[in-house]
Design a protein around this ligand. Structure first.
Ligand code: GLC
Ligand code: GLC
Length: 819
């Protein structure tokens, strides 16, 4: 069953009932200030860092789910209700939530009182805006009491939910008219505060949670809206909140609009106070004056719309060019939502979602480099500085901190290093950046090692150290040592953990120096040639020759020790025993090494690639995507670690771990199997499962990290939406390999691989300063292969489009078929 629909023209997902199987959220914010916003106005916001600078409180794993948000309680003639449905679960005569690009709109109606909320984070300012409109659709005058409600977080989200002996005494607020200031810790160590304001006179306010709610009441039954009158409570310790009481008189058909703003304000250290004890409100005044009218809010929203229109104009898919009815789902994902999700992963990495608490994880070294593949075409300048930030956390020997903190940009000691795939992803990210932009100058940037300026060297040297790290850390079979883990964080071959609570990833009870990863070998064989090519193009011919020799050595090792007869082996454990081989009882075959080895071209010439992918289909495929391994581990294996700790069918233990499915999609295109490539693409694509939302549960407009595999009781149920490398890789798979529009060092390569019954397609691609308007004609019914290409009406040799860099639109016609 569906809970809404895609409004493609508006680029919105429209949710038509509030009781979605899980909160379906959106992200507001594109720069420094971000909000998580659910379809019932739940969620929270923060500035820059979800852990350290959180403005509003959110309780993860709460009952009922999704309590905490920006709420409006309406009291209409003794009837109290919440127009976003939650938290009162009010019966609504109408309800709709539209999640759009950086904004969300909720509208509802009850007893002739219509409510509309437009929420967004404007460009250039650190605030959330909620434009609220009340309309009297009844035939008689209404006198409404509206109560706004937010609950402040005492900034450090981790401390906020643990350190109650301190926190119950430190909360402080200031109130001035309709402006409520949250200034906890401002007196001493902070120079920032929050303000919650409305552009209308308030009849009263509350800032003390207990007073507003009443003893033992929840958000669903707060005392104050029922009493119809605010208490003017001033929080002192405990839990500071912000609530305005606004009286609204509405004649029949009359509407009134209010602009609520929740802002983050900072003062220079020496200008913190207006007078003793009174905070300096200059930044708040400036912010609130700017958004003081509905027109000003509309203008800011229009600017935001233009920002997204420009971004999403960089790659578009023309749905009307697609012959098969279902392909509209691909068009809306590839052209809009998939890229939107890539921008969210750019902004959030893995920090804050409805599955990531915003407290645990910083920016991942490996994750951020892969995420870059999905947004480099959208924001190349920001990708450039992201690369430099990431590289600065690399160690001099080429290994890397596994994570770094976005505020300090320093490596995270708690997680440490030793994930031996990490260094190679830097090469992958930098190569993607250069192919997109042609900007080789990034290689000359001086970048610190371990954030130490004294150790700085060029980015090129960082790449070399990455490459060399793999070359110099090999095990008995000449394959790369796995270290703590490779891409699969749960393959902990040197961990041997028997102690509850011990981290599988940071504990090593046994330094084997033996456990090896075929996946890292395959990643090396995939990114290595780009490294060699970069060397050659920057006059480092000797280094290129060296690199090619090492790639050959690695490929030989894969051929010798990484092939199991019908598929690629996954790894060798600390005793030198195969993982992902026929002799294993469980875990005989894994997806990752098979996808990546074929992506690297291994076995393509001699039939093994076909065999490997056929084996993947035979053993790992399912209705909802390709599971990570088979058979699932039924018992805990000390020598394998976390992968065997999950119940069969979940997460890395045979779940459909979506991130690696596009590797198989890409691999299939390398074999020219367009039908199968599209099938693997569509199976995990959320839009294709919209009708199945009761089972899938999560948003039909975003990818999830995992869908439960065939061994799980809840086969087909998704978890962990939004912040996943799936976003970037699926975008790469559909845009670069299926539709086949792929940036390469010399230009834009055209190489579609599609199902034979797809009659063609039209896409536009912005690339190095020009727009390429590409129409592919597949009336020949091919799966791969190009008969001819014309560029602006002239025949073009080969399939690499030139770099025009002239700000113009170029018309490209591609005829598929045998050459
Ligand atoms: C998560 C992690 C990622 C890892 C993957 C597989 O998505 O963020 O780094 O590669 O899990 O374990
Ligand atoms: C990893 C990934 C996840 C894995 C977990 C292990 O980084 O998020 O897939 O299960 O951490 O703790």
């Amino acid at each position: 069953m569906q809970y809404g629909f895609f409004d493609d023209d508006a680029k919105e997902y429209v949710i038509t009932r509030p009781d979605t199987p899980y909160p379906w959220i959106n992200y507001l914010g594109c720069e420094e200030f971000f909000s998580l916003f659910s379809n019932t106005s739940g969620g929270y916001c923060f500035c820059r860092d979800a852990r350290m600078l959180r403005l509003t409180r959110y309780r993860y794993n709460n009952v009922p789910a999704d309590s905490g948000g920006r709420y409006f309680y309406l009291r209409d003639n003794n009837d109290v209700w919440t127009p976003s449905w939650m938290p009162m679960k009010s019966k609504l005569d109408r309800y709709e939530c539209r999640h759009g690009m950086g904004y969300s709109k909720i509208s509802s109606c009850r007893n002739g009182l219509a409510f509309k909320q437009v929420s967004f984070v404007p460009l250039g300012d650190n605030c959330e805006i909620h434009k609220v409109t009340l309309t009297n659709e009844s035939g008689s005058e209404k006198n409404i009491d509206m109560f706004s409600f937010i609950e402040f977080c005492l900034w450090n989200a981790n401390d906020d939910m643990t350190n109650f002996q301190r926190n119950f005494s430190i909360g402080e607020v200031e109130i001035e008219g309709s402006r409520i200031y949250h200034k906890t810790e401002y007196r001493e160590r902070r120079n920032h505060y929050a303000v919650w304001s409305v552009n209308a006179p308030a009849a009263g306010f509350d800032t003390d949670r207990q007073t507003f709610l009443g003893l033992y009441n929840g958000f669903d039954s707060p005392q104050t809206p029922f009493s119809g009158k605010a208490n003017n409570s001033v929080a002192s310790g405990w839990a500071p909140i912000g609530s305005h009481h606004i009286k609204v008189k509405l004649a029949p058909n009359e509407s009134k609009t209010f602009v609520f703003t929740l802002g983050f304000c900072e003062n220079p250290q020496d200008q913190k106070w207006e007078k003793p004890g009174i905070i300096n409100k200059t930044p708040a005044n400036k912010l609130l004056e700017k958004y003081n009218t509905a027109e000003a809010a509309d203008k800011a929203l229009a600017e935001l719309n233009a920002y997204w229109k420009n971004l999403l104009g960089k790659f578009t898919v023309d749905a009307s060019s697609l012959s098969r009815p279902d392909d509209i789902k691909m068009a809306r994902m590839a052209g809009v939502w998939n890229q939107y999700q890539c921008m969210v992963t750019f902004n959030m990495s893995r920090s804050a979602s409805y599955f990531e608490s915003g407290i645990g994880r910083g920016m991942g070294f490996r994750d951020s480099n892969q995420d870059l593949l999905g947004f480099v075409h959208l924001v190349p300048e920001r990708a450039r500085s992201r690369i430099l930030d990431i590289a600065a956390t690399q160690f001099p020997d080429g290994s890397a901190y596994h994570q770094y903190q976005p505020l300090t940009k320093r490596g995270n000691n708690e997680i440490g290093s030793g994930f031996n795939d990490d260094p190679l992803w830097l090469i992958c990210g930098v190569a993607a950046y250069i192919k997109e932009t042609g900007d080789y100058s990034i290689l000359d940037e001086k970048v610190p090692f371990d954030n130490d300026e004294k150790l700085a060297d060029t980015l090129f040297i960082h790449l070399k150290r990455s490459f060399d790290f793999t070359v110099t850390h090999k095990g008995p079979h000449g394959l790369p040592l796995i270290g703590r883990a490779d891409w699969n964080d749960c393959l902990n071959l040197n961990c041997f953990s028997a102690t509850p609570g011990e981290s599988f990833q940071t504990t090593a009870n046994f330094e084997s120096g033996v456990a090896e990863s075929v996946l890292i070998a395959a990643i090396f064989a995939f990114v290595g040639p780009d490294y060699a090519e970069i060397c050659r193009r920057t006059n480092r011919a000797d280094e290129a020759v060296y690199a090619e020799k090492e790639i050959k050595t690695m490929t030989d090792a894969i051929n010798l020790h990484g092939w199991d007869g019908d598929w690629f082996v996954r790894a060798y454990d600390a005793y030198g025993k195969k993982i992902g081989g026929k002799e294993c009882d469980d875990g005989k075959i894994f997806i990752e090494s098979n996808g990546f080895a074929v992506m690297a071209g291994i076995g393509v010439d001699d039939g093994r690639a076909v065999k490997a992918l056929d084996s993947v289909k035979e053993h790992l495929d399912s209705k909802y995507g390709i599971v990570l391994l088979q058979p699932a581990y039924k018992n805990y294996h000390l020598e394998l670690g976390e992968v065997s700790s999950y119940p069969p069918g979940y997460k890395e233990n045979a779940g459909i771990f979506c991130h690696n499915n596009p590797w198989v999609t890409i691999a299939e295109t390398m074999l020219g199997r367009g039908k199968r490539a599209f099938e693997t693409y569509a199976k995990i694509c959320p839009a294709y499962r919209e009708d199945d939302s009761d089972l899938r549960r999560l948003e039909p407009y975003v990818y999830a990290q995992m869908v439960a595999g065939k061994d799980a009781p809840r086969f087909g149920e998704a978890k962990n939406s939004w912040l996943t490398g799936t976003a970037a890789w699926t975008f790469v798979s559909i845009s670069q390999y299926i539709l086949g529009v792929r940036p390469v060092f010399d230009g834009l390569l055209i190489d579609p691989c599609i199902p034979s019954d797809m009659k063609g397609f039209t896409v536009t691609r912005h690339f190095r300063g020009s727009d390429y308007h590409i129409t592919a004609d597949n009336s020949a019914g091919a799966e791969k292969g190009i008969k001819s290409i014309t560029v602006d009406g002239k025949a073009h040799q080969g399939n690499v489009l030139p770099v025009f860099n002239d700000g113009k639109i170029h018309k490209i016609t591609v005829i598929m078929g045998a050459h």
